[in-house]
Design a protein around this ligand. Structure first.
Ligand code: GEK
Length: 243
């Protein structure tokens, strides 16, 4: 997906409001996420490979917090199971509208249904694959358990949940090191110190990271047989949980 360059935080802002997924963000989103999330492309590719293995006949594959559909398109490419539908959900109207254009330009044999909705309000059913790629971190802490429990209950036996998150660390030295290295990653991608610091302020009350242990414990609590990390690049991880 071609994208305009992200320069939203390049100039000093009088007041930095909370980050939101509006049309200004949509226009630069592919560039923004690739230059901000270490390992993003690797994770998107792996989501396709895992979906190819786990998608079952007569089932649904969900992409929750799908943004412009990078994971959806990767899943679509790899699904061989018959009668499998991808359900792509995001509560940003601007994201869903652009996703619909992206899907129009992408031909694939797997049907994709888009929904503009809050992931907390949708039904999950007959799911063989559920992807929550950097979305849970934007859900209020108090709602995360209920959301994952609903996902678990809506999954078929043998199903997989792929969940990627920015994480934090209990150990202060690790927290400082991994944060510093994430900023080094962003600088190497061309972001200035001002852009990094203004974006951090905008995300402060919006993106709430947890530790890997908290994620793992919750996934086991809601019922998954196992939950492990398959990828980490500084303070960004991707996990797989099996039903
Ligand atoms: C990707 N998965 O490219 N309900 C629905 N959508 C939500 C909610 C909610 N309650 N809260 C946030 N979102 C994508 C990247 S971006 C991650 C995901 C990032 C949506 C929000 O509108 C946005 O599109 C997405 O979750 C998070 O693989 O920008 O760091």
């Amino acid at each position: 997906m071609p994208s305009a360059k992200d320069s939203i935080y390049a100039n000093p802002l009088q007041e930095i409001g909370d980050f939101s997924f509006d049309s200004q963000v949509v226009d630069v989103f592919p560039d923004m996420i690739r230059r901000s999330v270490p390992g993003y492309n690797t994770i998107i590719n792996a989501i396709g490979l895992l979906t190819g293995k786990f998608a079952q006949h007569d089932s649904y594959c969900y992409d929750l917090g799908c943004s412009l559909g990078a994971a959806t398109l990767s899943m679509r490419q790899q699904i061989e199971a018959e009668n499998c539908t991808i359900i792509a959900v995001d509560n940003s109207q601007a994201m869903i509208e652009q996703l619909q254009d992206n899907l129009f330009a992408n031909t694939g044999h797997v049907h994709v249904e888009t929904r503009c909705a809050d992931v907390r309000n949708i039904d999950v059913q007959r799911a063989s694959v559920v992807v929550v790629n950097f979305t849970l971190q934007f859900i209020p802490l108090a709602d995360r358990h209920a959301l994952l429990s609903k996902i678990y209950r809506g999954m078929l036996p043998g199903g997989i949940l792929i969940i990627s998150e920015k994480i934090q660390f209990n150990d202060a030295c690790q927290q400082n090191l991994q944060t510093e290295m994430h900023h080094a990653f962003k600088k190497a991608q061309g972001y200035s110190d001002l852009e990094i610091s203004q974006k951090r302020t905008a995300l402060e009350n919006v993106l709430i990271p947890e530790t890997f242990a908290q994620h793992q414990q919750r996934l086991l609590e809601v019922g998954f047989n196992s939950a492990e990390q398959w990828f980490q690049y500084f303070n960004f991880v991707s996990m797989v949980a099996l039903k």
